[in-house]
Design a protein around this ligand. Structure first.
Ligand code: NAP
Length: 339
């Protein structure tokens, strides 16, 4: 039984769950859908619903959906978990900590005044795209500023020019994809050396419509109030500034998983800070699973469908974990009226 504060759902203090899912993006919501199908009492604890999908405009590569607004896809994931299967989604909840209290239960605490218990945990907290932190970036996000070239390139079909910022695989992959849609792509990178694979660099060099703007940083993103119109780029060596007219700015400067937080919870992370999992989405802590962009799986291919797949596997593993330990107590009420 959940309490409602205003329109926000809140769990009862001390409430107990079979599975607590931390994170409400595609991985978390997919895990929720599968967890209730295993008749597990499930709760989703998340700061927002949709995760990185909130950073994009349209999606046209989620199977079965065709071209769909990202906000509609989020609503669809949410509706499936929450309305169809009755999974409580506790949003604007910031989970700070979990710790084992005995052989069965984890205690999960956070803000505002969160204290619940769960037999298993699925970490699906995603990984934030690194932001540039320049004027205009936030204002024009979703209005010309994108953090996913591969997802959003088709929406710039036929446009005159875009800027891609970064020197890693994502930036090069993005520039190459965009070069098929846009007349001119400027690749702005703060150094002359690239992290990207040489193959990507050579492929980009061979394209007539990709221009390298090196040793340079974006100082400002300008717009007309509704959409991006230009970027101000500064050469770090000469100090010279240049304003480039563009229809879009693709910021591909890497990801930042909250590695220190993961470590403080006792989770093993890889050298980049992602949670280490095996192919059943098991972490180093028995009973704790992870799914989606916070894991060290498929790092070069972060997709909604891959996150959703990992969520489903994590839920299955949580179910197996409970069954193997004699902790599985199927609850017909966990699945609402649709079971
Ligand atoms: P990344 O490898 O961390 O590269 C980030 C790039 O952005 C670097 O060139 C970095 O510059 C630059 N950068 C970082 N912070 C910046 C800032 N504040 N301002 C300006 N530039 C900044 O990230 P990624 O390219 O997103 O790749 C992430 C992982 O996914 C990598 O392991 C990559 O191999 C993988 N990936 C693989 C594929 C593929 O194989 N198909 C495709 C995409 C991604 P510096 O070089 O100066 O640090």
């Amino acid at each position: 039984m959940a309490l409602r504060l205003g329109r926000l759902r809140r769990p009862r203090r001390g409430e107990r769950f079979d599975v607590a899912i931390i994170g409400g993006g595609p991985a978390g919501l997919s895990a929720a859908i599968y967890a209730v199908r295993f008749l597990l009492k499930t709760g989703v604890f998340t700061e927002n619903v949709g995760g990185q999908l909130n950073d994009t405009d349209y999606v046209d590569d989620y199977p079965g959906m065709g071209k769909v607004r990202a906000s509609k896809l989020i609503a669809s994931f949410r509706g499936h978990a929450e309305r169809y299967f009755g999974v409580p989604i506790y949003e604007r909840v910031h989970v700070e900590k979990f710790e084992r209290v005995d052989d069965v239960w984890f205690r999960i605490t956070g803000r505002p005044s969160l204290e619940v218990y769960a037999k298993t945990i699925i970490m699906a907290v995603g990984s934030r795209r690194r932001k540039l932190g320049v004027p205009g970036e936030r204002e024009y996000t979703g209005r010309g500023v994108s953090y996913c070239s591969v997802c959003d390139a088709p929406f710039f079909d036929g446009k005159d020019s875009v800027v891609v910022v970064g020197g890693g695989d994502s930036a090069f992959e993005g520039a190459l994809v965009l070069s098929g849609y846009v007349k001119r792509v400027y690749l702005v990178h703060r150094r002359r050396q690239f992290r990207a694979k040489p193959w990507y660099v050579e492929a980009a060099r061979s394209k007539d419509n990709i221009e390298f703007v090196l040793d340079s940083v974006v100082d400002e993103i300008k717009g007309d109030g509704t959409h991006v119109t230009s970027v101000v780029v500064r050469n770090k060596v000469t100090g010279a500034k240049r304003e480039i007219k563009v229809d879009g700015v693709f910021i591909e400067i890497g990801f930042e998983p909250p590695a220190e937080w993961f470590k403080s919870l006792g989770l093993e992370v890889d050298e980049r800070g992602y949670i280490k999992v095996d192919h059943w989405m098991r972490t180093n802590i028995p009973g704790v699973f992870a799914a989606g962009d916070c894991t060290d799986v498929w790092i070069g291919f972060r997709q909604i469908v891959t996150a959703a797949a990992m969520g489903a596997v994590a839920a299955y593993s949580a179910y197996n974990y409970l069954a193997e330990r004699g902790l599985y107590a199927p609850r017909s009420d966990s699945i609402g009226s649709r079971g």
